[in-house]
Each structure stands twice: as C-alpha cells, then as structure tokens.
Design a protein around this ligand. Sequence first.
Ligand code: GLC
Length: 554
Amino acid sequence: MSSQLLKRFKSRRMTLPPESDCTRDTPASPDATIKRCSYIKPMFDFWQSLLAALERIAMLPSLIHSVFPSLSSRKRMRDAVRTYDRTMDDLLREIQRLFEAPLKPAKLLQMSGKLQEQFAPKLQASDICMLPSYNDKLPTGLEQGTYLALDVGGSTFRVAVVELSGKHPGAKSMRIVNMKSYTIDSSVRNLQGNAFFDWMAERIEAAIADPQVKKINGTQSLGMGLAWSFPVEQTSIRSGNLLAMGKGFLATEGTLGQDLSELIMAPCRKRNLPVRMDSIVNDASATLLSRAYEDPATRFAVILGTGFNVAVHLPTSALATSKYRGYPQKWLDEASHVLVNTELSMFGKNVFPTTRWDDALNENHVRPDFQPFEHMISGRYLGEIVRLIIVEAVQTAGLFSGELPEKLSEPYSLDTETLAAIEMDESKNSTEAIAVFQSRHPLSKPPTLHDIGFLCQVCKLVSRRAAAFLAAGIHSLWSLRITSEGLTPQTAERMAIGCNGSVIEKYPSFRELCQSHLNELTTASGAEPHAISLEIAVESAIFGAAVAVCCLEK
Ligand code: GLC
C-alpha cells in the first residue's frame, strides 16, 4: 500500500469537533450531534482494527516508520483513529463543578465549624498537634542584639547572623548580616538519624568559620536560635523531643523522641564548635515572632510553601493543663498566654470535600491521612493534583492529543511553580505558558491553545480552592482565639497574620484571594470589615529564630 494511500487514510482522520458533547455517559440530548455520534464509535473501531491488521499482516513496520519518521508509527496510527470518552470541555465543566462548589461562604463557614470540632480533643490531649511552646510573651520590637539563627526547612538549611536593632523610624529593625544556604535535596532527606544531624553540624562549622560570624562573639560560645520546620514536643525553651517529620525526611530513623537540641549539639561538640543551643521554635512560631517584632497586632502566622502550618498566640487556658506536663511552676504561674504550633496540616479529614484526584494523591502518599489539609493546599501537592488531572484528561479527553509528556508520568513531577507560570501568562496566544510547559514537559507537538487553555483553567481551579480552604482554616483558629480570649467577633480587635512560604508569597493572587475569602467569612461572623490582615513576613524563619533568643534576655 503506497504511502499516498496511507496519507489519505490519515487525512481522513475523523476527530470529533471539540465543542460536541458526545460522551457516552452524558444523557441523550435532542440535538443532532449526539444522534450523529452513535455510529461513529463502531466505525472508528473498524478503522482502528483494519489499520492494525494491515500493519500486522501486510505492511512491514519499518515501512511505516519510513513513511512517518518523526513519530512512532503505533502512536500516529493510534492518534489517527483514537477516540475519547469525553471532550476536554466536558471534563473541564466537571472539574469546575467539583472545585468550585465548596467555595461558597456558607460552605466554608461550615468547614470552619467542623475544624473547630476537631480542635477540641487535640487541645485536651495530643502529642503531635496543638503543641504549646515555652514562648509565652510576644516581642515588643524594642529588643536588640546579634544572634546566630538556624533554619531547617523542607528544601534548604540556612545559617545566618541576624542583627535586631529595635524600632528606629525609617530604619530596618531586623537585618541579615551574613547567611549561608545549603540545599536539602533527596540525598540529604534520605540521611537517616544521626547522619542528618552530622550533616547539619558540618554546615554549621562551615558557616561560623566565616570572619563576619567570628566577629560577633570573638572566641566566646555563640548562642543559636533554631527554626525547625517540623513538629517538636518542647521540653524547655531550648530543647524538645523529635516528632515525626513528614516531607520525605528519614532523620527520625532511630532518633524519634530523642532531644533535638542534643541531637544537634552532640556532633557540634565532637567538632569543638563554639556554639550552644539557646532556643528552638517551629518555623510557623518563628514567623509569628518575627512578624510580631515589627507589628504588635500580630497574633497568628501562616506558613504555606512546601508545607503548611499555622502558629497562634492563645491564652494558656485554651489548652488542657496536661499539655503543660513538665513545665516549671514559675512558667505556669506567670504565663497568661502561649505560642502554640497548631500543626493545622494534620486536621481536615472529612471536613474538606475531596475529589477523585485528591483521594488518589492521599492513597498513594507514603503517609496517607497524616496531613490531609496540607495535601490540598501546599506547594508540595498543588502540582501533583494538577498532574493527576492531566493524566486523566490525556487518557479520557484527548488533552495533548492523547500524549502524556514523558516527564509527567512520575508522581510529583509537575512543580507548583510551573502552575504559577501558566497562570501568570495572560497573553492572548499564551506563548509564554506554552513555552514554559513545553520546555519542562516536552511533547512531540507543543500544546495547542485549547490544551493550554484547559491547563490554565485547571491550575486556577486548584489554586483558588486552596486559597479558600486556607481562609476557612484561618477563620476556624480566629474563632477559637476569640472564644478562648472571652471576646466576640464584634469586640475582637484587628489582628495581623504573618505569612511566609512560596505559595502564599509568590503564587499569583493567592494571598489576595485568601484575604477576600477571609473578609467575607469574618464579616459573616459579625466582625468589623478587615478584622484580619494577611501580611508577608520575609525571611521570617531566620529572623524569628533570632527574635526567639532575643526575647529570652529580657
Ligand atoms: C509541615 C510540618 C510543620 C511545618 C510546616 C511548614 O506541615 O509538619 O511543622 O511548620 O510543614 O514548614
């Protein structure tokens, strides 16, 4: 069979007009297109089997390859006749319904109510969430000093010299004098137990060898403040028991429950490093301290980057006395409030309606249901939710003409930063978005406008749901604080929330969207407009680790 003939076969490729809605599972609609579809499928099957038979019997595969050198013959053949269960527009309508339905204020308030129900038992007893710290007071912003700050995040370890100079009109009150940043990639995350803390000590040694660091304290031992982006059960202001870490870290292998301060100080001592651990705080608590150092109205802090968490400043009475087991009597007598690491990521199961893609992500997660809230809103997962939708759309609705980019078959291979880049491109022909996607997830043919349009809508639906769910989470903790302070929405004063993390800081219009949902929810609860303001807290974990040490010296 001459190549001409094949070409004619190909040209007869009968793709369905995109707008037609002939999916088998949609109820029969009166208009002709649906009626016309009923016999197309058997015809396609006939063409498909005929061509496959030809290929098998008569036509030497190599011949086909010579006719269509660029694409693998099987694929082009498949494409030529492939049919899909549904159209991309039909799938998009379903995704829109599933992701937008829960975003009505009444639904979000319901979710906030259910979250508050989930808080109650954990405020009584839990050793993994609603964790009190030893930080009872918030900084005044007048504290001064220079400190060594450590920040262990999901993907970087940073060691910095931080100068706090208090409030001076027009001058920065916090400054990073010197900072070393070390990448935490999968090889570091896979370091088990003490090997990880040895790795940390080696980098602390390298960082304090810097002359600028030496200048701080000369030969005296350097007080360190640690911001730890994982749960820790505090046993004093400078120590705490290591708890499960999440984010793919294996540092708890053989060290779970041991004292974090000692795990870091032991390898430091082995290297004779002139350092001592003065304070340990969770990264969300560090963000609250650093924001409160600049804005006295700060009572909460939100971390939304790779991970998700919220720290809150609550009356000590909001937690059961058993949660303060081992606290010195002096602290219990004097403290009226306490900085609480809520680990809000661990709440939300059966509160937030999930889709089949959320369920698939959770079922395939190394720790299903460990951090359900985080799975729906943080940077580690937004990309994965969209990737799972893309896989389905390629298979069932002909996205990218049925071709799944190689670099998207792996879990967690779609970066949330790519979603942001696609959403940011508002040009008519989406040239930037197409270029970004094609460069990171190359296809044999660049995405069509229809493809990238579909993708952009999906990114928006997933990120907007995340912004709304975050607002419901913040509203639930705001309600908890108001109640525990004996206030009402009407009498509660304006509250600021320090925000840090790649998603809330950089994802296009994410913070604005969350703020507008928050305004709606707090107003619906009877509060004055703008009862809560979300404020970016840059470098907050590093600054907060230093403020935590500084507050000790008062
Ligand atoms: C994870 C950790 C939490 C941390 C958050 C943000 O959810 O469990 O401790 O605050 O990520 O980094």
